[in-house]
Design a protein around this ligand. Structure first.
Ligand code: NDP
Length: 493
């Protein structure tokens, strides 16, 4: 039986008023997960361990797993890959249950690998005829190969209820994202397309929404009248780690800001949705992105910064200059640290900078959103000490909450002193890819990027990338293991 969205390709969402808002439609649960690109790096390192945790936690009952790749792999080679990727989830403890572990062993035993060139006309369609639906078709392939495979697929090739799972990068510009969206829209309705952003794990998204929308105290002051700036930072000590083939064309801007950080910004800035239904939540996210631009006056040299690491050391490990890393082409002009100031041009946020920053080879990991509140309008005369701004830190891994407040100091009650209130937020025991797959398999696109927002994200950052390419913004330098260029101080420094 078809759901309303399957029979109507224009439909973007179904909503069952009688069930929990974000519950999957009945009968929509995926039967078979087909991984295209099963021999690749993403599949081995991130996807299969995520699948394993999900199954071992008992959240994917009755799932079948099929792998496909370009190379002819003997059955044993696929089994060996599964054994390696499933090892952690099969160990007792964590979120794994006894029944889940038994299920995972069955999934592994029954899993098969198929040689398949997805760019050969008719090959993927013929292959899918023998797969039990509904199917989640995971494109863990190079982006150009995914695009070609989708272009030659026909709607009739897909088992009823098929969901397409697309990896990042989703296109390389607004135009290419539009083309890819049009190609996918020929095949399945929008709410059957899962554009993966593993940053949009359940814990991150729901923790921000819970904090904002379940606390009157906060939401009341969550606007430009009270907030001076919002910083969203993802700094990591990891360096290139042999990923020049991808990263040297992406850089920190495309790798992190264009996708992940803009999505988190939108959740920080969105209007309260009526329900947690994917349609309500993703429409609120889309409204923020539609209103956003980098800078306010077109002066991108004023509102963006970029830098690249030079030789240094991280935790006593010597790190070479980025330009000397294997596979790097200096002509690409790739930045390893990027910062942009985004403005959400609506009533709530007019004039408030959202500073998005991400970089590699930094001296410490820092993954958080920091909300800096404006100073009080009048501090009673007589108080001494520093009147520091109230700051709220939301940590993404570990999931934490810290509130910086001024209180009366010890000893002299007339002197203001800084205190921090700390809390640990809950996190899902699944790995990020387990959380993403949980949504895919239960047919819930809540945590997937919607097509229009994928295009908006490119629209927001494209002028910045053009200005960087034209060298309108200088490429600065920082030593690997430092906190970035000295002039780049942030709220936490
Ligand atoms: P890899 O190059 O490691 O793997 C690509 C896979 O695609 C291989 O299994 C390859 O098979 C297969 N393949 C290539 N051409 C065809 C074809 N014509 N028909 C069938 N299979 C084909 O890439 P990654 O795993 O690193 O990346 C995959 C996707 O995931 C990309 O979109 C990437 O941007 C994204 N991604 C990757 C991350 C990572 O950490 N690796 C992180 C986030 C996203 P064979 O080896 O047999 O040729």
């Amino acid at each position: 039986m078809k759901t309303s969205s399957e029979s109507d390709p224009q439909s973007t969402a179904t909503h069952d008023a009688g069930s929990p808002a974000n519950a999957p439609s009945p009968g929509g649960r995926i039967k078979t997960l087909v991984i295209l690109g099963a021999s690749g790096d993403l599949t081995g390192r991130l996807l299969l361990p995520g699948v394993a945790r999900l199954i071992a936690s008992g959240r994917a009952p009755g799932l079948r797993l099929v792998g496909a790749g370009n190379d002819a792999w003997p059955a044993q080679q696929w089994q060996d890959r599964l054994t390696e990727s499933f090892a952690d989830a099969l160990a007792p403890g964590g979120a794994s249950t006894e029944a889940g572990i038994a299920e995972l062993k069955t999934v592994q035993k029954d899993s098969t690998y198929h040689q398949l060139d997805v760019t050969a006309k008719g090959a993927l369609g013929a292959f899918l005829k023998d797969v039990e639906g509904p199917v989640a078709l995971y494109f863990a392939l190079p982006p150009a190969v995914s695009q070609k495979a989708c272009e030659i697929l026909a709607k009739k090739d897909l088992p009823a209820g098929t969901r397409l799972v697309m990896e990042k990068p989703f296109g390389s510009s607004t135009e290419s994202a539009q083309e890819l969206n049009a190609t996918l829209a020929r095949l399945v309705p929008e709410d059957h397309i899962h554009r993966v952003d593993h940053f949009l794990g359940k814990s991150t998204v729901l923790n921000i929404m819970g904090l904002r929308f379940a606390n009157r105290l906060l939401e009341h002051s969550w606007n430009g009248d009270h907030i001076e700036k919002v910083e969203i930072v993802f700094d990591e000590p990891l360096t290139l780690e042999n990923r020049a083939r991808y990263y040297d064309h992406a850089g920190a801007g495309r790798d992190m800001i264009q996708s992940h950080l803009l999505q988190i910004m939108a959740i920080m800035a969105m209007e309260p949705p009526a329900t947690l239904d994917e349609h309500d939540v993703r429409s609120s996210i889309a409204a923020v992105l539609r209103a956003s631009s980098v800078g306010r006056d077109g002066d991108l040299a004023q509102h963006t910064r970029r830098a690249r690491y030079t030789a240094g050391a991280i935790a006593e490990r010597a790190v070479p200059n980025y330009l000397d890393e294997e596979g790097v082409d200096p002509a690409n002009g790739t930045e390893t640290l990027a910062e942009v100031e985004v403005f959400v041009n609506n009533w709530r946020w007019a004039g408030v900078p959202f500073i998005l920053r991400s970089g590699k080879a930094l001296g410490r990991a820092r993954k958080e959103a920091v909300v800096t509140f404006k100073p009080v309008p009048h501090l009673p005369i007589g108080f001494k000490g520093t009147d520091s701004p109230t700051r709220l830190h939301i940590g993404f891994g570990p999931e934490t909450l810290t509130l910086d407040l001024d209180v009366n100091g010890p000893g002299d009650l007339f002197t203001l002193d800084r205190v921090q209130l700390n809390a640990k937020l809950s996190s899902d025991p699944l790995l990020p890819y387990g959380e993403v797959l949980d949504g895919v398999l239960s047919a819930d696109p809540l945590l997937s990027v919607r097509g229009d927002t994928a295009e908006e994200c490119w629209r927001i950052v494209e002028p910045t990338f053009a200005a960087w390419k034209a060298n309108e913004v200088p490429m600065e330098e920082y030593a690997a293991g430092s906190m970035g260029p000295e002039t780049w101080a942030t709220s936490n420094d």
